[in-house]
Design a protein around this ligand. Structure first.
Ligand SMILES: C[S@@+](CC[C@H](N)C(=O)[O-])C[C@H]1O[C@@H](n2cnc3c(N)ncnc32)[C@H](O)[C@@H]1O
Length: 475
């Protein structure tokens, strides 16, 4: 019975907003966490059904010693698990079993009322299902090869994606969306590194950096690299550059190495160490022109597959402000460091957080102390992406245009933030360039219009003259 009491305590803690399901289950070493996790999630999935059955059977009125969450987990297993309640006989189990017939009858009545045959049809459905985003690793394969190997048929909108179909993303090259339920781990093209499972939002930083080629492209730094999604993306986009991939955590370095090996990238040098301790003046980095910085963050943008199980009030776990402030200070330090490399021209800063403190605020704080770096233009920062930084969070609202926000669940992505920075002293002023090119094309258009008008006028004059001569002839 201890197992059920423990699962009920997790449900109590969830309603008191003490943490997420995963945190509460896996931080506590009690019992088998996987089994507890499964029972907690299943109970939440059927909470509305269980509550109705418990209420109709008057279980809590008749068994005053049993609390609501304990009743929920036990009734769940009694009615919905093939094994029933897996606990040795005792007072609590006996109390529930006394009402077995009544509980079963109420459950059958409810199914008839709801016109369903199986209890699975009564489960709460996840309203936010993200597709399975897959990046085709062009180091090893082409789109055509992968699509043929996975035997997929193309559909033309995200909504249409289902089993055995794919949607070709229009924002990021070589990115496809598959059915959210698809499992790819046993597919040979996954095992061979031809495809990389990577959320669309997470592909944006390397894609933006890949477009910054207005001046020379030298080597690249990925300051916070493991597990290596963005490193391998950079390796594919910049085959002629060396990618220096920093990772300070020894376990995660191993994962990074594995991912780089499987991706087939030959241009990555992994550096096991703290990026903030690297020396920007080291001759090794003298030719670094592009930097991708994706530091540790609160992860508040990550859409958990279980979030929908909690009511809004339970989900709203108050973020520890101290923790956010510490992260913000670390993120500012690491971004400041990234801006010190003497030849670097372009830096993207990204997080999978939705918090101002880790996003706009970090960028604004750092730029307020370094006048040499600026926010890049909208034209150079995926202009077609609708959701930008939040102007009210920026010291200068125009900065928000060089920022991208991905709203969790919208357009099939997790919550994400990217800012695109550049060094005008090394590449020239891109705003001025864009402005002058805009002025130039405006002037061109005016010249063209003038020319067209004068051609038209000449033609009209000719016609008039012809008309006049005809009229003359007729008179
Ligand atoms: C958000 S994850 C990076 C994810 C990665 N960019 C990807 O797309 O797969 C942050 C990583 O940075 C590492 N990290 C944090 N601080 C670091 C530092 N000062 N130097 C190097 N690595 C650091 C963490 O250990 C973690 O692996």
């Amino acid at each position: 019975m201890d197992f059920y009491i423990h699962a009920a305590t997790i449900l109590d803690d969830l309603s008191q907003k003490k943490g997420s399901i995963k945190q509460l289950v896996f931080n506590s070493k009690k019992h088998d966490p996987k089994r507890t996790y499964a029972l907690v999630c299943e109970t939440l999935k059927y909470k509305h059904v269980l509550d109705e059955v418990i209420e109709s059977a008057k279980l809590l009125d008749l068994e005053k010693k049993i609390k609501k969450n304990l009743a929920r987990v036990l009734v769940h297993d009694l009615l919905m698990s093939k094994r029933g309640i897996s606990a040795s006989t005792g007072l609590i189990k006996e109390a529930i079993l006394r009402h077995k017939t009544r509980l079963n009858a109420e459950f059958v009545k409810l199914k008839i009322r709801k016109r369903v045959k199986s209890h699975e049809e009564l489960a709460l459905k996840n309203p936010v299902t993200l597709p399975r985003w897959v990046r085709i690793n062009t180091v090893k394969a082409t789109q055509e090869e992968v699509i043929k190997q996975l035997a997929l048929t193309r559909v033309f909108s995200l909504k249409e994606v289902g089993p055995k179909t794919y949607y070709m993303d229009e924002t990021i090259d070589n990115l496809i969306a598959l059915d959210s339920e698809v499992s790819l781990v046993s597919e040979s093209c996954y095992q061979e590194g031809k495809i990389i499972i990577q959320d669309k939002a997470s592909c944006i930083p390397a894609a933006i950096l890949g477009n910054q080629r207005q001046t020379k492209v030298g080597n690249i730094i990925d300051g916070c690299a493991a597990p290596g999604n963005k490193t391998t993306h950079l390796a594919a986009l910049f085959p002629d550059s060396k990618i220096f991939a920093f990772e300070r955590d020894s376990q995660r370095v191993k994962t990074l190495q594995k991912m780089v090996d499987i991706s087939g990238a030959q241009n990555v040098e992994i550096i096991h160490g703290d990026f903030t301790h690297s020396d920007p003046m080291d001759p090794k980095f003298a030719n670094v022109t592009h930097i991708l910085l994706d530091p540790s963050c609160s992860g508040s943008g990550i859409v958990s597959r279980q979030d929908f199980l909690l009511e809004d009030s339970e989900q709203d776990v108050v973020e520890d402000v101290n923790r956010l402030e510490n992260l913000c200070s670390f993120q500012s330090t690491i971004l400041k460091h990234a801006l010190q490399f003497p030849e670097s021209r372009y830096v993207t800063y990204s997080t999978c957080s939705v918090h101002r403190l880790e996003n706009e605020q970090v960028v604004c704080d750092v730029l307020s102390q370094d006048s040499q770096w600026k926010c890049n233009s909208l034209e150079n920062t995926l202009p077609q992406w609708e959701d930008r930084g939040i102007p009210e969070y920026c010291t200068d609202p125009t900065m928000a245009k060089s920022m991208i926000r991905c709203v969790p669940g919208k357009f099939g992505t997790i919550g994400f933030f990217v800012c695109n920075l550049y060094h005008p002293g090394r590449v020239g002023d891109l705003f001025e360039k864009n402005m002058s090119s805009a002025v130039e094309s405006n002037a061109k258009r005016k010249r063209k219009n003038k020319k067209m008008k004068s051609i038209k006028r000449k033609k009209e004059k000719k016609l008039e003259a012809a008309d006049n001569s005809t009229a003359d002839a007729t008179v």
